[in-house]
Design a protein around this ligand. Structure first.
Ligand code: GTP
Ligand code: SF4
Ligand code: MG
Length: 428
């Protein structure tokens, strides 16, 4: 993580008057005592940087700044440093004490707005007002970006830290500039860099479910991505693939197929040719492939009666042999031999309480943004419920996940770790 270039890390600046609890807040979020905390105003005298991995966003750097008071008479240098910190912040956090709103806060909100830096207002030390009620700061600030926290209570009660972290991540994910959520490439980075014009073979079934006269968007996007990486692309039906492979003088550098024919592709493709599915490529492009692969391994540890949520991001008209409603529940039953309770949720019906489920199998989320998909993954992760998606689940159900995940070593490791754990009969 420390190797992540500076520009690719989200910088979160922590601002506030002296003693509002900035250093306590940074320590609480990072889970480390990096910044010195003390009741003496002006403890932090220069910007203290702390980097961490904040899932699901990735690497972030917190800038704990020196507190400023209207009458502090602090050195100009310190004030300039704090302003520089605002310039380097992608998101600013303003810590205040309940009921206190001065020219300083007014100025910081105005400066952040001028720079178009998203701002989170953290009203700290709420524990001091448990009897009297937290006084309002008398300012109308967007309440969706406001958190009420108490660093001291969270220190004493670790469950509160979890709640604060969840709320904090939700707000950060909402405000995070798009470039930090930019997806990796679809497939270009899987191609060998030392081969001139690498060759990608895409296996595209043309069956009843294929739209008439065209190929679907993920396939088009994969072709475009391959071209962006100066690769050649062949598109072939699964029935013609074995013959096509035989005709090639040089083996392809990557083969990608529709999830539903993954077992055929694996059987027909020599072991030294990397192969995967479109859905797996898009697990990474849209979400977090490692978390989704780890979640898929839960299929190996399901027990009779377990509840499985099959979630679809849009409410399309279900087909006769619908993948979410018919095929996946049937394959799950065939693979595990268990009677499972499969619940479906489509569109906006996504359940608020995920804790009753043993596994969530989500659709490919083609109508959701990467931000929305990451948030759904994070919601499941923070509730401790494994989550996967149709594509990876189908590879597991077909018994070919080890092969189709192999182009993504981290995801494969996560999958195998949980799978082997289940085989040894260990509980999570
Ligand atoms: N009661 C209460 N005290 C808190 C809370 N958070 C921090 N404090 C206390 O407030 C004092 C100041 O905390 P710091 O984290 O050092 O504040 P700071 O904003 O970094 O201060 P400077 O670096 O001096 O600007 C310390 O005595 C903390 O223990 C809280 O939520 N509740
Ligand atoms: S993959 Fe796309 S079309 Fe299918 S259910 Fe999900 S959002 Fe709807
Ligand atoms: Mg401090």
């Amino acid at each position: 993580m420390t190797g992540t270039p500076k520009a690719l890390r989200l910088h979160i600046g922590i601002f506030g008057r002296t003693n509002t609890g900035k250093s306590s807040f940074v320590n609480l979020i990072t889970g480390q005592s990096t910044s010195i905390v003390s009741p003496i105003a002006g403890t932090t005298t220069d910007v203290v940087r702390k980097s961490m991995e904040l899932l699901p966003i990735g690497p972030v750097t917190f800038l704990d700044t020196a507190g400023i008071n209207d009458d502090s008479g602090l050195g100009e240098l310190r004030i300039n440093r704090t302003h520089e910190a605002l310039n380097s912040s992608d998101i600013a956090i303003l810590l205040v004490e309940p009921g206190v709103w001065t020219k300083y806060e007014e100025g910081l909100v105005a400066d952040a707005a001028k720079q178009k830096t998203p701002l989170i207002l953290v009203i700290n030390k709420t524990d001091l007002y448990v009897d009297s009620g937290v006084p309002s700061i008398g300012k109308d600030i967007d309440s969706t970006h406001t958190m009420h926290v108490s660093c001291i209570s969270a220190e004493k009660n670790p469950a509160e830290r979890e709640l604060i972290m969840q709320e904090f991540k939700r707000i950060i994910l909402t405000l995070c500039p798009d470039e930090f959520l930019d997806p990796p490439t679809i497939l270009g980075d899987l191609l060998p860099s030392n081969v001139v014009c690498p060759h990608v073979v895409l296996i595209v079934p043309i069956d009843l479910q294929a739209p008439k006269g065209r190929i679907i968007l993920p396939q088009v996007q994969s072709i475009r991505d391959a071209l962006d990486f100066n690769a050649a692309v062949s598109v072939v039906k699964e029935s013609e693939y074995p013959m096509f492979l035989k005709k090639l003088a040089v083996p392809p550098d990557l083969v990608v197929c529709d999830s539903q024919v993954a077992n055929r592709m694996v059987a027909d493709t020599p072991k030294d040719i990397p192969c995967t599915t479109f859905s797996i490529l898009f697990s990474r492009y849209k979400g977090n492939i490692t978390t989704l692969a780890e979640g898929a391994a839960t299929i190996h540890r399901l027990k009779a009666g377990d509840k499985v949520l099959i979630a679809e991001a849009c409410s399309h008209h279900p087909l006769e042999d619908d993948i979410g409603r018919v095929k996946i529940p049937t394959w799950l039953h065939e693979k595990t031999g268990l009677n499972l309770e499969c619940t479906h949720a489509a569109g906006k019906d996504y359940p608020a309480d995920l804790s009753v489920f043993s596994l969530i199998i989500h659709c490919g989320a083609c109508t959701l943004t990467r931000r929305e998909t990451l948030w759904r993954i994070e919601q499941a992760r923070s509730t401790g419920i494994p989550i996967t998606n149709y594509g990876i689940a189908i590879s597991v159900l077909q018994g070919v996940a080890e092969r189709t995940l192999s182009p993504f070593p981290e995801a494969l490791d996560a999958y195998q770790f949980v799978k082997h754990d289940s085989e040894r009969g260990a509980t999570p």
